[in-house]
Design a protein around this ligand. Sequence first.
Ligand code: TXA
Ligand code: MG
Length: 314
Amino acid sequence: MSIKTQRLQADRNGLEQAATLLQGGALVAFPTETVYGLGADARQGEAVASIYAAKGRPSFNPLIVHLASIDAARNYVDWTPQAEKLAQAFWPGPLTLVLPLRDGHGLSSLVTAGLPTVALRVPAHPAAQALLSQFGGPVAAPSANPSGRISPTTADHVLSGLSGRIAAVVDDGPCSVGLESTIIGFDETRAVLLRAGGLATEDIENVLGQTLSTPDQAHITAPGQLSSHYAPRGVVRLNATEPLEDEHMLGFGPIAGTLTLSASGDLCEAAANLFDHLHQLDALGGKIAVAPVPMEGLGRAINDRLQRAAAPRS
Ligand code: TXA
Ligand code: MG
């Protein structure tokens, strides 16, 4: 299905239109100082699912949530003194902070891929700032390129990859940094460099007064697996048509379960429900049987995630 992608100016009228599209659950690409992002309302699961569909991403990676201000960011996470230092020094700017989610955050679980943490960024680009203020909520945005292609630094790059698949792009010329944001997480004691990017690590170390650890040095539960996704505790069995005695069923389409990803077989709805439903079934205790999900469109990413959940763990 192809839609007409609008090229919007970064003026009052264009930004109002962009904010209205986001409110309606549509996808809008917008400039940040690093690269163009592909934005959706981070609270609307199906809007977030459509990001993956538009990019053709074969798996669900957690996304960065963009906010207009430090105050807005504090609402979503357990804020810390180190986060405060870095935010005061570098926000707005090319820095992303990964912090534990707070209860009642209201973000779609697809944004975090079911993880208990979320990546937050306050971008400095005037058009991004204006759009986020106008929209007044959290915007999930990966780089606005099809999966496997290079990150876009102009609206033309965005259109060459995603025209026909997104509602609009806000065109405000080339990005100044041209490199994705630097991503910082935290372990018990130190700040951890999760991705090198547009903000120099030395600058971050100067502000913190300590060296950054790398994921390999950091104390993490699954070594080398920092981006490791949420995995249910219970055993997961795929392509099931009905549950065994000790299983809870996760349904899809005609196969109904204790919870059903999408009764109508809508893959976008199924993606939006995936992590919530896995969490809920896992909380019931016992094993999980999952109905077959077709290997097409978003079904590929859903199956990728389900296969990881079903893979034997040590
Ligand atoms: O400059 C940027 O960061 C751009 C602009 C649009 O803001 N965005 C961007 O997003 O590069 P993306 O989706 O291409 O990269 C997001 C990165 C991924 O490597 C992902 O694994 C990591 O952020 N990430 C997101 N949430 C995370 C979390 N809770 N824990 C660890 N890593 C996380
Ligand atoms: Mg990217």
